[in-house]
Design a protein around this ligand. Structure first.
Ligand code: ATP
Ligand code: FE
Length: 340
């Protein structure tokens, strides 16, 4: 089957065509970085308006690149949340319009399921279950991925997400938005042990995360004017990695899953990837992480998750709602010792 995927939940507009045998026939992403840069973060109203302008042209482009018409597509998968609601509505309503006009099934996808299943697009041998570290701009969670639509959340952040921490640290260092790639580049020239920074929650009994205290420490280090920005960036990145590895090790030691998988924008970071790869090897687990372009927001992961659902007969009604909040695990609110 061939699935058209549509994504507009944050500041990236994207469309892609992916088959159920893992061929990415075409994909296109337009990032709105330049539009949001003067504000140092994503402005929801600007993002939503830009999606309206950009998305239809991307659908036309990917169909043309693949040499297909909308009639050749088997289903349309659109992100229906979670995210900035004005943006979410653009992909969802575009998907509904196309589904209605071409008489195709609609799959109203959870963006987090797109991240969660993206490793299976790149890695055909990755079966269920796997332990997933989902590290993105809005989320930092450990989940058991038991199957398509079956997620059990083990841990989450009690304050900031990992990507959010990168973005805030970058802002404190005067780097351009988005912060993750900027910190990674600067960190390459710095000493990761130069600046003493805290490792919040490391060693604590539940595998939750916390990054707010780390951000404050970066703020103090930057204000003290004693350290080179590259040393602060490298030390910050190392502190985040130490937290991710420690918390994931705890979850892994409690998990029977044969594989450790990392996904979401922060998984594009080469040092993050290699640290978790070492952890998996150390604990005798298979390791999988998608290529960088599949980690940050894209529509191939949406189309692929759509293919996974379509193949299992999981399609949605044209009345599917747009959702600003949408936890992957229905029991998420009951997770011990942390908010959502
Ligand atoms: P969510 O998926 O939680 O709704 P989002 O879609 O905004 O949030 P993603 O696009 O998955 O998030 O990831 C973006 C985040 O990843 C940003 O916070 C960005 O700084 C971070 N990021 C991207 N590349 C890197 C990198 N190389 N190193 C560290 N962080 C990175
Ligand atoms: Fe995302």
């Amino acid at each position: 089957a061939c699935i058209l995927g549509l994504e507009s939940s944050c500041d990236d507009t994207a469309a892609a065509l992916v088959t159920s045998d893992r061929q990415v026939l075409a994909h296109a992403v337009v990032s709105q970085n330049d539009a949001h840069r003067p504000f140092g973060g994503v402005v929801p109203e600007i993002a939503a308006r830009a999606h309206v302008q950009i998305l239809p042209g991307l659908v036309r482009d990917v169909l043309r690149d693949a040499g297909l018409g909308i009639g050749d597509v088997d289903a349309i998968a659109a992100t229906a949340g979670p995210g900035l609601i004005g943006g979410v509505m653009v992909a969802l309503l575009t998907g509904k319009g196309l589904a209605l006009a071409a008489d195709k099934p609609l799959i109203a996808l959870n963006h987090l399921e797109g991240h969660a299943l993206s490793p299976r697009l790149a890695d055909p041998d990755l079966g269920f279950p796997y332990l997933l570290l989902l590290v993105s701009g809005g989320h930092c969670q450990l989940l058991e991925v038991l199957g398509v639509g079956e997620y059990r959340r083990l841990a989450t952040t009690i304050d900031d997400a990992a990507g959010e921490a990168f973005d805030k640290a970058a802002k404190l260092l005067g780097l351009h938005f988005p912060g993750g790639p900027a910190i990674e580049r600067l960190a390459a020239q710095g000493d990761p042990s130069a600046v003493p920074l805290p490792r919040p929650l490391v060693g604590s009994g539940e595998p939750h995360f916390s990054f707010a205290g780390l951000k404050s420490a970066v703020q103090r280090a930057a204000a003290a004017d004693r350290h080179a920005p590259a040393d602060i960036a490298a030390s910050f990145q190392q502190a985040v990695i130490d937290c991710l590895v420690d918390r994931t090790r705890l979850a892994l030691d409690r998990s029977d899953s044969p594989a450790l998988v990392v996904a979401g924008g922060v998984a594009a970071n080469a040092s993050v990837r290699s640290a978790l790869q070492r952890l998996a090897a150390d604990r005798g687990r298979r390791f999988s992480v998608p290529p960088g372009w599949l980690c940050t927001d894209n529509a191939a992961m949406i189309a692929w998750a759509g293919a996974e659902r379509f193949g299992r007969g999981m399609v949605d009604d044209l009345a599917a709602p747009a959702r600003a909040r949408w936890p992957l695990d229905p029991d998420a609110d009951k997770v011990r010792g942390a908010g959502v």
